[in-house]
Design a protein around this ligand. Sequence first.
Ligand SMILES: Cc1cc2nc3c(=O)[nH]c(=O)nc-3n(C[C@H](O)[C@H](O)[C@H](O)COP(=O)(O)OP(=O)(O)OC[C@H]3O[C@@H](n4cnc5c(N)ncnc54)[C@H](O)[C@@H]3O)c2cc1C
Length: 447
Amino acid sequence: MKKPSGRGGTLERGAAGFDAAVLGTSFSGRDPGVRPQVLVQAEKVYDVIAAVKRARRENLKIAICSGGHSWMQNHLRDGGMLIDMSRLDAIDIDTARGIAHAGPGCWSVDLDLALKKHGLFFPVAHAVDVGLGGFLLQGGFGWNSRVLGLGCENVIGLDVVTADGDLIHASAEENADLYWAARGAGPGFFAVVVRYHLRLHPRPKTAAIAIQVFRMKHLEEVFLWADRIGPEVPRSVEFQLLLSRNSPGIFAPGVEIIAPVLTDSWKQAKADVAFLTRGPLRPKASFTTPLLPMSPSALSRFAARRVFPPGMRWSVDNMWSDAPMEQLLPGIRRIADTLPPMPSHVLMLNWQPPAARADMAFSLEGRNYLALYGEWKNAADDARYANWATEHMRAMAPLGKGIQLADENLARRPARFMAPANLARLDAVRAKYDPAGRFHEWRARPG
Ligand SMILES: Cc1cc2nc3c(=O)[nH]c(=O)nc-3n(C[C@H](O)[C@H](O)[C@H](O)COP(=O)(O)OP(=O)(O)OC[C@H]3O[C@@H](n4cnc5c(N)ncnc54)[C@H](O)[C@@H]3O)c2cc1C
């Protein structure tokens, strides 16, 4: 993904450069064939206010993008107005209060590197160029989120432009219903976020990673073991299983155990990942790396090159599940057997949510998170791969609790993404702030 180049402005459909500007907002390389009527590339908050007022006057429905990382290009709709917030990416760090003020167009890596200079930390996304705009609205599964909470739990307030074109602040004290909605509504949010106010944390002194790789024939025993020990894995470790057709070191289909750890000493980091080296399956592993120093940004860059290259077409879907691993395994084996070529991959994250979270729209998660990422370059392969993730997740849905909006594909598979009571409450808040339905909501609601 490239940073937006040049000044902002307003482009009407048909203008020179319009198509490139619209498609350039998207991380996905796919052209869905639909275009807004008008594209507003906002540079300042005032541009957003003016754009929303114009949309009201001309009865245009509004879509919004910031980092453009919606896998399924949620912001690309037919007609209406698209407001591109990528140029509002300023970061202002108040070290004394431990707060950052950041624009929605700010990338994960930018915030992380800016905070690093002050020894501070925020649970940013795992890919360098994900925008804060969409990331924080849908929940935000960031670095060290098992310790620090979801990104959205660290949002202490936000400034938004409402459907009336008013600039207002939302926090626990002011417009608390909107603040509640902004933490979990994801692509169903009904105002334009122009600035986030974020609670910061001391930066963990040690960032490292350990990796263990198995051949695909060991899939079942690795997943069963991982599920068994999951609850005891220290929360400082993001315990992930990744399936691909070309695992590092073995250059063959494999299961990678990836264990990044963020903590305050090397000794503690070693102790926290010791479950890998002491595990009963270690003799079956093709190899186990020692603990390697690796910053979150460096790891994000590595992942971007390996599994998230730009310009791909995507088939993505996911599920939260509390089901016993024995029941999940036949579906996971079918997924492994049909996995499209690299860089397509599957992620199983040992999430283990806390017993309770703050009261907010975000309200659905589970013990394990399973996400499928099918990727290919040529439109000619669409018929082959485009439904891969969705079909598998549809088949396994009875074993799931619902989906995470981060990796949503609601257009193809409307699935539950929020507790029903929260969805009803969110609709009530929407009716108050956006009674005319000026803003697009999710592509589909739970079926
Ligand atoms: C390579 C990659 C890696 C990812 N890694 C992670 C990860 O580690 N953790 C995680 O939780 N998620 C991750 N995601 C998912 C990502 O967080 C979501 O897709 C998120 O919505 C992207 O935000 P964005 O601003 O970049 O995307 P956009 O496509 O710009 O926004 C997505 C939607 O959010 C809404 N939106 C965006 N900006 C605004 C705004 N300013 N005001 C109001 N509404 C807005 C719109 O409805 C928009 O369609 C990843 C996605 C990709 C492609």
